[in-house]
Design a binder for this molecule. Structure first.
Ligand SMILES: C[S@@+](CC[C@H](N)C(=O)[O-])C[C@H]1O[C@@H](n2cnc3c(N)ncnc32)[C@H](O)[C@@H]1O
Length: 167
């Protein structure tokens, strides 16, 4: 985890130039499904490329990298490991996470935390690198826990729109 944090802290100033165009293409595919109101959490938000797509909602940005968060314009930023989310059960309308889960040691823990903190019928818009060794287990955990409403494949990522339906 420290390696991930150090890597993103180190490239923070150049992150937008390196990755924003690539990330915007993924965000634009999923943004029609983002909640239009309520609190939406951006897990592994980086410098906040997602913020302008979530204008009418309250965005909470979470990331390990203090340097990327310092460039993020969100009004609410928390520097934490997303394997434990600092929110009450069923408190969020939506959760987004773009190209992050493959970097986490236990993506299953993150997915279970998303399920815990989402309201019933809340939306989880998530992408992860399809070349990652963790891709298969991430997809399986999404399918076990959520109703998958959309699955897309683009150049580098698998993209999902998932809905929490109480069992
Ligand atoms: C490829 S970047 C994506 C950033 C942003 N989602 C975007 O679309 O531009 C991955 C981000 O996930 C963050 N990250 C990785 N593992 C994390 C963890 N366990 N907890 C919190 N953030 C994490 C990194 O610091 C980095 O900002």
């Amino acid at each position: 985890m420290n390696r991930t944090k150090n890597y993103y802290d180190g490239i923070a100033r150049g992150y937008a130039r390196l990755y924003h165009e690539e990330q915007k293409k993924k965000i634009e595919l999923l943004c029609p499904f983002f909640p239009k109101e309520g609190i939406v959490c951006d897990l592994g938000s980086g410098d906040g490329v997602l913020n302008s797509y979530l204008e009418k909602t309250s965005v909470i940005s979470l990331d390990l990298s203090f340097e990327l968060l310092s460039l993020n314009s969100s009004a609410c930023k928390i520097c934490v490991d997303i394997e434990i989310l600092p929110f009450q059960n069923e408190s969020l309308q939506g959760v987004c996470s773009f190209t992050v889960l493959q970097d986490t040691p236990q993506p299953e823990s993150v997915i279970k935390e998303v399920w815990r903190t989402l309201k019933n019928e809340g939306i989880f818009c998530v992408t992860f690198l399809k070349m990652s060794q963790k891709a298969k287990r991430i997809e399986e955990t999404l399918l076990e826990n959520f109703v998958v409403e959309l699955r897309l494949e683009e150049e580098k990522d698998l993209l999902f729109v998932c809905r929490k339906i109480e069992k």
